[in-house]
Design a protein around this ligand. Structure first.
Ligand code: CAA
Length: 284
């Protein structure tokens, strides 16, 4: 265990595509898996778009951009991960599909491969327990948007062995992230703090009758946030945030973890933020 030559990324939604982008930019051959060829192509187009923007802004050479895009292979088959040294999972945030996937990866991948989950609010230990080798399962929790946010939390589950854990840490550094080490507790480090904080922000909308625009102005101008809480929840996805809040509330029973009714109503109405074109703000 140690050298990572080929990486697999399962799920090329916003997070998976961002993680695949980081890998190919760092010179690592990457296999990306989506459930349909169309979704895979969509992710490749998105990666190509962001890398083209870097070329236009003088941050990347055209040849380096083309080489990076060329390092991404798309597939719909998990069997194509057989030769990967590291597989990073970024599928739907549901325990059972993740456990089923890890059981499959455990069967398909070589014994030395490291299996990582990008889960933000589920237990890495419960995911690892679906495999025959839980020692090689680790959390690699990236932040949205993954290519821009420096942090990756390297999460040690109950049975994670030292070598795969350090391999994941070193890989985080290799792709340009700042890794931090932590254990598998609900929300790990950042979401343990950020999710109840964002929920507080949304409750303040109703309590102090501030507008979303003014709340965002307040937290940017008065607390130094790079982006206001309403804009951030729109970016993360209101469905994703509600789901993560519910998962953390279920585990901790802390009232501040519970999703505010206003966000649940928005989720139920299909106001999901940027991805649906409307959340607290409207998007093109
Ligand atoms: N992928 C790749 N590149 C992207 C991108 C993406 N998703 N989104 C934007 N970019 C690129 C664009 O090309 C953009 O340039 P152009 O607009 O010129 O094309 C470039 O990045 C820079 O974008 P911005 O000028 O908008 O960058 P900024 O300086 O305004 O910073 C930000 C943007 C980094 C998102 C900043 O606003 C920020 O730090 N916001 C806070 C984000 C945050 O807190 N994220 C954590 C969410 S919580 C989470 O993720 C945990 C969880 O488990 C749910």
């Amino acid at each position: 265990m140690g050298e990572i030559r080929n990486v697999g990324v399962v799920g090329l939604g916003a997070m998976g595509a961002g993680i695949a982008q980081l890998c190919v930019e760092a010179g690592v051959d990457t296999v990306g898996r989506e459930v349909s060829a169309e979704l895979g192509e969509k992710a490749r187009d998105q990666i190509g778009h962001f890398l083209t923007r870097k070329v236009e802004k003088g941050q990347l050479e055209q040849a380096a951009r083309d080489e990076a895009v060329g390092r991404l292979t798309l597939t719909t088959e998990l069997d194509d991960f057989a030769d990967c040294d590291l597989v990073i999972e970024a599928i739907v945030e549901e325990l059972e599909p993740k456990r089923e996937l890890f059981a499959e990866l455990d069967r398909i991948c070589g014994p030395a491969a490291v299996l990582a989950t990008n889960t933000s609010a589920l237990s890495v230990t419960e995911i690892a327990a679906a495999t025959t080798k839980p020692g090689r399962v680790v959390g690699m929790h990236f932040f949205n948007p993954a290519p821009l946010m420096p942090l990756v939390e390297i999460v040690r589950a109950e049975l994670t062995a030292d070598a795969p854990y350090e391999t994941a840490y070193a890989f985080g550094e290799r792709i340009g992230k700042t890794p931090i080490r932590c254990h598998d507790t609900p929300g790990f480090v950042v979401n343990r703090v950020l999710i109840p904080l964002l929920n507080d922000c949304i409750r303040v909308l109703d309590e102090s009758r501030v507008t979303p625009e003014d709340l965002d102005t307040g937290m940017k101008g008065g607390a130094g946030w790079p982006m206001g809480p309403c804009a951030l929840v729109d970016l993360v996805g209101i469905d994703v945030h509600v789901h993560a809040s519910e998962a953390l509330y279920e585990k901790t029973r802390e009232p501040r973890m519970a999703p505010p009714p206003r966000l649940v109503a928005m989720r139920n109405a299909g106001l999901l933020g940027r991805k649906s074109g409307r959340g607290f703000y409207a998007y093109d």
